[in-house]
Design a protein around this ligand. Structure first.
Ligand SMILES: CC(C)(COP(=O)(O)OP(=O)(O)OC[C@H]1O[C@@H](n2cnc3c(N)ncnc32)[C@H](O)[C@@H]1OP(=O)(O)O)[C@@H](O)C(=O)NCCC(=O)NCCS
Length: 332
């Protein structure tokens, strides 16, 4: 019997309307467009406005668009996995909230917390549900409302992040396409360099933690940068070696969009030409779990059936990984 693989049969993104440009940030903190663009590649990012709108809102919009695009009824979905570090609530899971919002009455769901590598962790586990033969339609979402945990008084972090969501549909195939291989890694020793200090069980929210802004994202940027450059390139090289891929065989590198300089270093190590590197950091910034599926969405019209894609990410945890997929459909 042929092996069942998980094919991505559709992708849909959602970004909020409000655009926070570098010029606007210049009015909020001591920074400038030239510094931000030369150090990160970011020009602008999207911010979700509106009372009571959380990550689930963006995930809902992405899934509704995906259902329409793939001609799928919400009741047909077996499983929804949401990768996020900005869930609507500590509990219940955002996946449960979103399933209800889109009417996925027959689905079960859960969240994955792996920061910027969340989409790769979720894509890999989602694929494995398909590969067992038991599940036929799995929706994997990367969604983050980073503006809810960014400190807009900290110029070293507030320039980096934005809000967004994107979802893919996974379905079974017996062809040599779909999710072929993944290498996923983590090292909790990286925790001190990128985390949220308070609001969890170790240091619950209090008047003091709020006064100190400890419910917002803390990062030691240059340390994270060094680990990101090395580990994202290492894991990308590893997945290429395991699958006998050269830079020429790779149609697209789909890198997590944290910093253009990290992306360039990864592409150089893989010997993949810059013209084959997906890039949208200039317009969305770092949307954490959403960056990779948002790239797939932006570049969907250029992807052809059989294209070799290497997806690579690095994030808080530390977590990192690379996934090799063969794209499953031609532009529609
Ligand atoms: C955050 C980051 C862009 C900073 O770039 P960097 O080249 O490391 O810059 P540094 O932190 O060394 O700061 C250099 C100088 O710029 C200043 N600076 C920092 N942020 C600034 C800003 N927004 N505007 C202007 N100047 C800024 C610093 O204060 C420092 O000044 P000093 O030399 O007088 O002390 C970079 O470290 C980075 O991208 N890190 C990884 C981020 C990441 O990937 N995070 C998510 C993980 S997925």
């Amino acid at each position: 019997m042929a092996k069942i693989r998980a094919a991505i049969t559709g992708v849909q993104g959602h970004v909020p309307e409000y655009v926070l440009t570098n010029e606007r940030l210049e009015k909020i903190v001591d920074t400038n467009d030239e510094w931000i663009v030369s150090r990160t590649g970011i020009k602008e990012r999207r911010i979700l406005k509106g009372e009571e709108k959380g990550t689930s809102h963006m995930a809902e919009q992405a899934i509704l668009g995906l259902l329409e695009k793939t001609n799928t009824k919400a009741e047909e979905i077996d499983l929804i996995i949401v990768a996020t570090v900005t869930p609507d609530f500590v509990f219940p899971a955002t996946a449960n909230v979103v399933a209800d919002m889109v009417g996925a009455k027959n689905a079960f769901g859960y969240d994955i917390s792996a920061a910027c590598s969340g989409f790769l962790y979720a894509l890999t586990t989602g694929s494995q549900f398909i590969e067992t033969g038991k599940h036929k339609k799995v929706v994997v979402v990367g969604a983050d409302k980073m503006s809810s945990i960014v400190n807009y008084e900290d110029r070293t972090t507030c320039i980096l992040f934005g809000d967004g969501a994107a979802a893919v549909m996974l379905e079974p195939t017996e062809d040599e396409i779909g999710v072929i291989d993944s290498v996923l890694k983590s090292d909790g020793a990286g925790q001190p360099y990128l985390h949220q200090k308070a609001g969890g069980s170790r240091r619950p929210a209090s008047a003091e933690t709020v006064a100190k802004n400890e419910h917002t994202l803390y990062q030691e940027g240059s340390t994270v940068f060094k680990f990101a450059v090395t580990n994202m390139a290492d894991v990308s090289a590893e997945i290429m070696k395991r699958n006998n891929l050269t830079g020429d065989d790779v149609a697209w590198l789909v890198p997590h969009q944290a910093n253009k300089r990290i992306i360039d270093a990864t592409a150089r190590r893989m010997e993949v030409d810059a013209s084959k590197v997906m890039l949208n950091i200039q317009k969305y910034g770092n949307t954490t779990a959403a960056t990779i599926p948002l790239c797939l969405w932006d570049y969907e019209s250029q992807l052809k059936k059989g294209d070799n894609l290497v997806l690579a990410a690095f994030g808080a945890g530390f977590t990192w990984g690379a996934t090799y997929i063969k794209w499953a459909y031609d532009p529609k």
